[in-house]
Design a binder for this molecule. Structure first.
Ligand code: HEC
Ligand code: HEC
Ligand code: HEC
Ligand code: HEC
Length: 198
């Protein structure tokens, strides 16, 4: 170390141990903390924004793409006036899982730049593959996002149709999960898909 560097260090050392030096240090520390909180808040605001329907439909917008189909379903409009948006079904609520899903979504950004699904033809050609990703992840999570709203315990089976009542009670007991029987609740099913459950 050169002498001048040593001098600087020595002076800093003494400055720090002066009462006003320590005060300045404390101030820097607190300012850093506040900046951290603001950054953290900004980050979470960004996470919230990327969960809005406006954000999702900025890419998934046009006719024949998921948005128009979803607008015809009970999850968009129903007697009770409860709207279920894209992220309710496609993004986990839990913070860590949400972050993981957002990181995976950079793949979507990449394919958006490439224009992989930007025409109706391209979308239909890839729909089965994309739907299969969604089904696989819902099966793996035991339809966790559906269950955030619908729970077996809260279902009034007497108010359901006989078909719903018998199918669901036996199906769930056999270890089936919601998505095994309820594909296509928000979008048209892929043309090349053959249904075996139900
Ligand atoms: C930057 C544009 C863009 C945004 C914003 C966007 N997506 Fe996508 N999304 C895409 C593209 C492109 C694909 C096709 C990816 C591929 O071909 O592998 C896709 C695929 C999907 C799939 C298919 C699943 C899969 O794993 O392959 C789902 C579900 C989906 N998006 C839901 C959403 C939801 C929900 C939001 C909002 C939280 C959203 N997207 C926001 C461009 C976008
Ligand atoms: C944010 C809450 C929420 C989430 C998440 C949710 N639903 Fe729903 N679901 C509702 C509401 C509200 C209705 C409409 C009830 C009514 O008709 O009054 C509904 C209706 C339904 C219906 C009956 C109408 C129809 O479209 O056939 C089925 C079946 C259903 N949901 C299955 C699912 C499945 C499967 C998932 C997961 C992929 C899911 N829901 C996710 C709230 C939710
Ligand atoms: C074994 C297949 C099966 C499983 C598993 C299953 N369902 Fe169903 N569900 C049905 C059938 C069949 C109906 C009646 C649909 C009809 O008649 O069109 C139904 C009806 C419904 C309805 C509408 C009830 C009404 O009377 O309005 C909702 C909501 C629903 N299911 C949600 C779920 C959820 C959430 C899960 C997971 C916890 C689930 N189902 C698991 C087969 C199943
Ligand atoms: C009620 C739950 C629910 C809501 C709300 C919902 N989705 Fe989906 N989404 C699914 C399920 C389940 C699949 C798997 C395919 C199927 O069963 O239709 C899927 C599939 C997809 C796919 C794959 C391609 C396809 O058409 O199957 C994309 C892309 C997608 N959703 C985007 C969106 C966007 C964007 C929104 C909001 C405008 C949205 N979803 C709203 C449940 C939902």
């Amino acid at each position: 170390m050169t002498d001048s560097k040593k001098n600087v260090l020595v002076r800093l050392w003494f400055w720090f141990w002066q009462p006003n030096g320590r005060f300045a240090f404390g101030a820097i520390f607190i300012a850093g903390g506040i900046a951290g909180v603001i950054f953290w808040g900004g980050f979470n605001t960004f996470m919230e924004y990327t969960n809005t329907m406006t954000f999702c439909t900025s890419c998934h917008e046009m006719k024949a793409f998921p948005f128009e189909e979803y607008k015809k379903t009970a999850h968009y409009k129903n007697a009770a006036g409860v709207r279920v948006i894209c992220s309710d079904c496609h993004v986990p609520k839990d913070w860590t899982r949400k972050l993981v899903r957002k990181i995976q979504a950079t793949n979507e950004l990449f394919h958006w730049v490439l224009g992989t699904i930007d025409t109706r033809e391209k979308y239909e050609a890839k729909r089965l593959e994309l739907a299969e990703h969604v089904w696989a992840s819902m099966k793996a999570s035991d339809s966790r996002e559906c269950r955030n709203c619908h729970s077996y315990e809260a279902m009034d089976f007497h108010k359901q149709t006989r078909r719903a009542r018998t199918k669901m009670q036996s199906g769930l007991k056999e270890g089936k999960t919601c998505i095994d029987c309820h594909k296509g609740v928000a979008h048209r099913l892929p043309e090349d898909y053959e249904d075996e459950d139900d």
